[in-house]
Design a protein around this ligand. Structure first.
Ligand code: UGA
Length: 440
């Protein structure tokens, strides 16, 4: 089986490297020559645990090659995957499909054999049908089957998600397309991974419905966390107990400063827009989007309240700026809302992130970037955890209390238990739980 992967962004690169590991011959193509050169040398442009080793294995086995020449990539391919970006369109929040359609046109123009053309990029319902029209118009002489195969990879654990998925979703309307996709994912038969076959529209909507639902779970628990704070309840116990109900499920009920990343914010917005266009507004998802935006800002009010409403001249040491751990991705990270708002209120910021500092410097200014946790916490009025990196899970509180001006830890990821914090000299402020002070 030979596969061409169009685009070596996050999704294209992870999927390409994983298919190569399955023994598929993958040629990944991208217009960015520098990226291709780096990848040919086994160097990857993003931070994703295990990915560099997987790419290098693919290169060594000969199953994975990189090129900037589309015709080379398409030669003898049985399937062509489109994995280009679908960013939010400026101004209206719709997914920008120009790269997807341009890729479909170019592929159709340059093909000389029948293929299955698969969309991996996250695209609104109806896109696959438009791609089919494009390729049929461009190449009436060639049989190009169009399919949709959305990805459900989480940054930071993308390889595991690809290799051991809960399910694979395939929107395909010909037996040939179904057969090619079934063959590509054959190694997953061992794990008895369900493959859900649907039509194009259903597969496209499954992706948005999944992300919309997961975002809803997060926004829901975040709002419940506020009620916990106001009432004396404990959100960790609420999450655990409702999660034990199998109808609800334990995952994605972890309270935080609001969801971020390249997917949930963009996809919830695009889903809302698509539904509005179809005259069936998704009021729940609209509320989730608004709730999450407000959530990030409310984190600043919470910090301000700890300083009796006056943050002028305070110094805060920030631990973690990426939208989640195990990535250097800063897209839509809550830190991008919270930190500039703190600065506006007169706070001086020091910060440390294990992988995201280079990326963060493109978006955040006037922050003293430090080399480690303890440099970031020297002489600060408070420590603020924004990302739950493992490195922050075993802080040396003795050392911190010696170097910080005030022993105040604000933890927006609820990394620590209240019991363990009671043993430290710290005032500990977390989300949806009681305040720990020296007195209790
Ligand atoms: C998400 C989905 O989880 C993937 O299934 C999907 O394939 C991907 O989007 C995509 O559409 O490409 P990702 O954005 O990498 O993956 O990261 P998540 O682990 O889902 O986290 C998203 C955000 O939600 C993060 O900011 C995280 O901190 C937050 N979150 C997550 C919470 O605040 N609480 C939780 O319980 C879980």
């Amino acid at each position: 089986m030979r596969l061409a992967m169009i685009g070596v962004g996050y999704v294209g690169l992870v999927s390409g490297a994983c298919f190569a590991q399955f023994g598929v011959h993958v040629t990944a193509v991208d217009k960015d020559l520098q990226k291709i050169k780096d990848l040919q040398g086994g160097k990857i442009p993003i931070y994703e645990p295990g990915l560099e080793a997987l790419v290098q294995q693919g290169l060594q086995s000969g199953c994975l090659t990189f090129t900037d020449n589309l015709q080379d990539a398409l030669k003898d391919a049985d399937a062509v995957f489109i994995a280009v970006g679908t960013p939010s369109r400026r101004g209206d929040g719709h997914a920008d499909l120009s790269y997807v359609f341009a890729a479909a046109e170019e592929v159709a123009e340059n093909l000389s054999q029948p293929v299955v053309l698969v969309t991996k990029s996250t695209v609104p319902v109806g896109t696959g049908r438009r791609i089919l029209e494009i390729v049929e118009k461009k190449r009436p002489d060639l049989k190009i089957d169009v399919a949709s195969n959305p990805e459900f990879l989480r940054e930071g654990s993308a390889i595991e998600d690809f290799m051991r998925p809960d399910r694979v979703v395939v929107g395909a309307e010909t037996e040939n397309a179904r057969e090619v996709l079934r063959e590509l994912y054959r190694p997953l038969n061992l794990l008895e991974t369900p493959i859900v076959f649907t039509n194009l529209e259903t597969a496209e909507l499954i992706k948005y419905a999944a992300n919309g639902f997961l975002a809803t779970k997060i926004a829901f628990i975040n709002e419940i966390s506020d009620v916990c704070e106001a009432s004396g309840a404990d959100v960790q116990a609420v999450s655990k107990a409702i999660g034990l109900d199998k109808r609800i499920g334990a995952k994605f009920l972890h309270v935080g400063p609001g969801y971020g990343g390249s997917c949930f914010p963009k996809d919830t917005l695009a889903l809302v827009k698509t539904a509005q266009d179809l005259q069936c507004p998704l009021k729940i998802v609209e509320a989730v989007v608004a709730s999450n935006d407000a959530r990030k800002e409310s984190m600043v009010d919470k910090i301000e309240a700890l300083f009796n409403g006056d943050l002028t001249g305070k110094t805060i040491g920030v631990l973690g700026v990426t939208f989640k751990p195990n990535t250097d991705d800063m897209r839509e990270s809550p830190s991008l809302t919270i930190l500039p708002l703190l600065q506006k209120k007169g706070v001086h910021l020091k910060a440390y992130d294990p992988a995201g500092m280079t990326e963060a410097q493109k978006f955040l200014s006037e922050i003293s970037w430090e080399n480690n946790v303890y440099d970031a916490l020297k002489d600060v009025d408070a420590a603020l955890i924004l990302t739950e990196w493992n490195e922050f899970r075993a802080l040396d509180f003795e050392r911190m209390s010696q170097i910080m001006k005030t022993p105040l830890l604000i933890d927006f990821r609820n990394i620590y238990t209240l019991d363990e914090m009671k043993k430290t000299p710290f005032t500990y402020v977390s989300l949806g739980r009681a305040l720990v002070t020296e007195q209790n």
